[in-house]
Design a protein around this ligand. Structure first.
Ligand code: CO
Length: 212
C-alpha cells in the first residue's frame, strides 16, 4: 500500500483509539491551545518530538528545520518564536539536536549542495569556532560533538534575540534548554539550561524600558 494511503487509514484508527480512551478528546482538542513548550528540532524523520517525549496534542508548539538552527534572518523561525513566547506564553524553549545528524555531517564536507550550502554555512561557522577541539576527534566523534556544540550555539542565538530578552524583562520567562537525542538508545541528554535573566554578552544585549 502507498504510504500516504496507510497514513489516512491510520488516522481513522487513531480517532477510534482516542475516543475509546476519552470520548471528550476532540471537544478538548478544539479548545484554544496553551502549550508550555516550544520545540525547535531537526526535520529528520527519526526524531518525532511528541513520540520521544510522550507528549500529547496541545502540549508542545513545534518548529523544525534542517539541523535545528536558529538563524536571525529566518522569518519563519522568528515568527514561530515570537508567537510562542509572546502570545502563547510558553515557559520553556527547547532546542533538540540529534547524534548522527545529516545536516551537521554535510557541513563538514566540501560537497556543493546549492541552496543547502547557505543553510549549512551556519554550522560551518560553529565548527570554525571550535576547530581546535573538534580536529582532535575521529570523524564520527567529530560529528557528534559538533551536534552538541551546534545545539549550544543555537541556544545562545535564542538568548540573543530581542524576543527572548523582552520576555525575560517582562515576565522572567522562558527557560532555554539545549538537548540532544540519541537514535541508538532513544535517550535525550540535557546539555544546558539557561535561566531567565542570565548574563548576556554585552554586544547582543538590548535595553527595554517599561511603558507608562
Ligand atoms: Co538532523
Amino acid at each position: 500500500m502507498e504510504s500516504y494511503k496507510r497514513m489516512l487509514l491510520s488516522n481513522r484508527a487513531w480517532i477510534q483509539e482516542r475516543l475509546t480512551v476519552d470520548p471528550t478528546f476532540f471537544e478538548r482538542l478544539g479548545q484554544p491551545q496553551k502549550p508550555e513548550v516550544l520545540w525547535i528540532g531537526c526535520s529528520d524523520s527519526r526524531v518525532p518530538p511528541d513520540e520521544i517525549t510522550g507528549t500529547n496534542p496541545g502540549e508542545i508548539f513545534v518548529h523544525r528545520n534542517i539541523a535545528n538552527l536558529v538563524v536571525h534572518t529566518d522569518l519563519n523561525l522568528l515568527s514561530v518564536l515570537q508567537y510562542a513566547v509572546h502570545h502563547l506564553g510558553v515557559r520553556h524553549v527547547i532546542v533538540c539536536g540529534h547524534y548522527g545528524c545529516g545536516g551537521v555531517k554535510a557541513s563538514l564536507t566540501r560537497a556543493e549542495l546549492g541552496l543547502l550550502n547557505k543553510w549549512l554555512r551556519h554550522i560551518k561557522d560553529v565548527y570554525r569556532n571550535h576547530r581546535q577541539e573538534l580536529d582532535l576527534y575521529s570523524e564520527e566523534r567529530k560529528v557528534d560533538r559538533l551536534v552538541e556544540l551546534n545545539v549550544l550555539a543555537q541556544v545562545q542565538n535564542l538568548v540573543h534575540t530581542s524576543v527572548v530578552q523582552e520576555a525575560w524583562h517582562k515576565r522572567q520567562l522562558p527557560y532555554i534548554h539545549g538537548w540532544v537525542f540519541g537514535m541508538n538508545d532513544g535517550l535525550i541528554r540535557e546539555l544546558t539550561t539557561v535561566a531567565p535573566n542570565s548574563p548576556i554578552d554585552e554586544v547582543y544585549r538590548y535595553d527595554f524600558h517599561d511603558e507608562g
